[in-house]
Design a protein. Structure first.
Length: 406
């Protein structure tokens, strides 16, 4: 199911708090990845098995699937005035493989409709089906697509539609798939399982980037939605050196939020840490619930410059007698709600202790918040910002930016 709620983080990040009496009550949740399919900005190659085993009906279904995946207003091709575009290439394979369209041939949705159905109008005469050859041609298409266009900051995707899984030795598809994935390409697979025994789906799991291994069903709309959701997740990522918040830190394939964090292993007082995050077009990290708190703690424990017992400033502070979370300029600051991760004995009632840091116990290594003086208590800190996604386009320079200011 598509996640429909999002918070768009924009603008220059300032230090002033919002008066909750004059601003709307903000939602107390972490930002979700953008879900506007019309704003996808990706390079995608569809790799389609057109051997006899696929059948003409299967090919027609795949053509409709490809057209439907990009039919929700996605801008196809390149447009100098609008960087949020998706290029679509097409490769067919059986015993051999052929490039039906490079990444620059389709320049509109009409091009996709007119040409994809034509290219997939009938199966080949070959009964053989070697996915390794199709993946190799997709690799060629992606490599050639780098020429002449500044799209190195665009995520790349290969979508495989297969009716069989064959090959060993030089025709083993796994090494080619691993090479693609190692270079940053996400591989999505769709099993057109003619036997219906699930074996093809299991085989394609060796090829797919988890968890993007799907199967066709009687409801073709289901797999269309699954592919679209996968593309939205792929198009949701962080700038260099930032860590994307996801459901599970240990499961790198778990759902990603539209939130990026940056642990900074440099001692600073709370107020200076806030300004440092602002200079990074960010703000001090929020910890709306225990999962986010634990995620941040695990992230900093694996980051250079942090040592046990772990200590870092977060974005909680006292403003006009109320505990609120740091946010970008123009956005209301959420008040502290149900989850409160205070250490025993905190918060201390003192008008000078208005900043908050996370302090780990040196004995039991339990971790919680402590309110401190924001102008005198030093610690490391963690910044937070929005991910790059369909609602937040990132330039190549923006992706590469690694601030050295503290």
């Amino acid at each position: 199911m598509k996640l429909t709620f999002l918070i768009v983080l924009i603008g220059v990040y300032a230090c002033s708090a919002q008066d909750s009496s004059t601003t709307p009550s903000p939602s107390y949740t972490d930002r979700r990845c953008g879900e506007d399919l019309g704003n996808l900005w990706l390079d995608v190659v569809a790799v389609v098995d057109n051997s006899i085993g696929m059948t003409n009906g299967g090919l027609t279904s795949i053509a409709a699937n490809i057209a439907s995946v990009v039919s929700s207003g996605t801008r196809i091709g390149t447009n100098p005035s609008e960087p949020r575009t998706t290029r679509l290439g097409l490769v067919t394979y059986n015993k051999a493989a052929a490039i039906q369209a490079d990444l620059n041939q389709y320049q509109s949705l009409d091009d996709v409709y007119d040409n994809v159905f034509r290219a997939l109008s009938s199966v080949s005469t070959s009964e053989e089906s070697y996915l390794a050859n199709g993946l190799a041609r997709a690799e060629d298409v992606l490599e050639a697509g780098k020429q002449g266009y500044n799209r190195t900051h665009y995520q790349r995707v290969v979508i495989v539609y297969a009716s069989a899984y064959k090959g060993s030795g030089a025709l083993d598809p796994v090494p080619v798939a691993e090479r693609l994935k190692t270079s940053g390409v996400t591989v999505i697979t769709v099993a057109y399982d003619q036997d219906g025994d699930g074996a093809l789906l299991a085989d394609l799991a060796k090829i797919a980037s988890p968890p993007y291994n799907f199967t066709n069903t009687e409801d073709n709309g289901q797999v269309i939605g699954e592919i679209q959701d996968a593309l939205l997740q792929v198009n949701c990522f962080c700038r260099n050196s930032w860590i994307q918040y996801r459901v599970s830190y240990t499961d790198v394939h778990s759902y990603r939020y539209g939130v990026c964090i940056l642990p900074v292993g440099f001692n600073a007082v709370w107020r200076a840490a806030k300004s440092s995050c602002m200079n990074r077009n960010a703000y001090l990290v929020t910890e709306f619930d225990s999962n986010k708190h634990d995620y941040v703690l695990t992230a900093v424990s694996n980051y250079t410059g942090f040592s046990v017992p772990l200590t870092y400033h977060n974005g909680l502070s006292m403003v006009k007698g109320v505990w609120v979370w740091d946010q970008p300029q123009g956005m209301p600051q959420p008040q502290l709600q149900s989850y409160a991760g205070w250490n025993p004995g905190y918060p201390i009632s003192d008008s000078t202790l208005t900043g908050v840091l996370n302090q780990q116990s040196s004995v039991q290594l339990q971790s919680g918040w402590q309110n401190i003086k924001p102008l005198t208590t030093g610690a490391n800190y963690v910044c937070e910002t929005a991910s790059c996604d369909t609602d937040n386009y990132c330039t190549e320079a923006g992706l590469a930016e690694i601030s050295v200011k503290h």
